[in-house]
Design a protein around this ligand. Structure first.
Ligand code: FES
Ligand code: FES
Length: 189
C-alpha cells in the first residue's frame, strides 16, 4: 500500500465552504472582514496573501495554497487531522488564526516527502501498512514527527501519550503506533 494520504495528495478541497456553514465568519460583525497582506513561509516557500487575519490557517493552506495534507475534521482543535508543524511544534491549523503564524516556518505533510521520495516516517507507515481510510494520518504523522524531533529518545509510552489526542475513527491506532515506533528506532540509531 502506498496511499496518497501519506503525501497530502487526497483532495479535501472546499474546506472554507464547508467550514463556513459551521463556524460564523470571524472579524466580520458588519460588512466585509478587514483584510491584510500576510506573508507565510510554507514548506520552504514564501507566499504573501491578502487575507482576513482571523482566518484559520487551515483554510489558507487548503483553499489558497491547495495543500491537501492537513484535513478539516472537527474544526474545533479536537481531532488533530489538520495538524501542521510551526516552528517545530505541532499546531492544529483549524484553530490557529493565520496572523499568529505570519513569518514562522510552517511545514505541512507535503513538506516532508513525496511518493517518489518519502520521508522515513512516511516510509514506516507504508512498511507497517498503517492506515485504513487515511483521513487521520496527516495528524498522526505530523504530531509524531514534531514530538520525536524534540524528544528523540522518547519511550513508546511517551510516544503513545503524545499521540493520544489524535483521533482515528477507523481504530488503526495500533498499526500507526507500530509505524511511529519503527521510525523512532531509526531516529535513535
Ligand atoms: Fe483541526 Fe480537528 S480539524 S483539530
Ligand atoms: Fe481512518 Fe484513521 S485511518 S480515521
Amino acid at each position: 500500500m502506498e496511499s496518497a494520504a501519506l503525501y497530502g495528495e487526497v483532495n479535501a478541497g472546499g474546506v472554507r465552504k464547508v467550514a463556513n456553514l459551521l463556524v460564523p465568519l470571524r472579524g466580520a460583525k458588519k460588512g466585509l472582514p478587514s483584510m491584510s497582506m500576510i506573508t507565510l513561509k510554507v514548506n520552504g516557500r514564501s507566499v504573501t496573501l491578502d487575507a482576513d487575519p482571523t482566518t484559520p490557517l487551515l483554510y489558507i493552506l487548503s483553499d489558497d495554497l491547495a495543500l491537501r495534507g492537513p484535513k478539516f475534521g472537527c474544526g474545533l482543535g479536537q481531532c488533530g487531522s489538520c495538524t501542521v508543524i510551526v516552528k517545530g511544534q505541532a499546531v492544529r491549523s483549524c484553530t490557529a488564526p493565520v496572523s499568529t503564524v505570519a513569518g514562522a516556518e510552517i511545514t505541512t505533510l507535503e513538506g516532508l516527502g513525496s511518493s517518489e521520495k518519502p520521508h522515513p516516517i512516511q516510509k514506516a507507515f507504508i512498511d507497517e501498512q498503517a492506515m485504513q481510510c487515511g483521513f487521520c494520518v496527516n495528524g498522526v504523522i505530523m504530531t509524531a514527527k514534531a514530538y520525536l524531533d524534540r524528544n528523540p529518545k522518547a519511550s513508546e509510552a511517551e510516544v503513545r501519550q503524545a499521540l493520544s489526542t489524535v483521533l482515528c475513527r477507523c481504530h488503526a491506532h495500533s498499526r500507526m503506533l507500530h509505524a511511529v515506533t519503527r521510525y523512532a528506532k531509526g531516529v535513535k540509531a
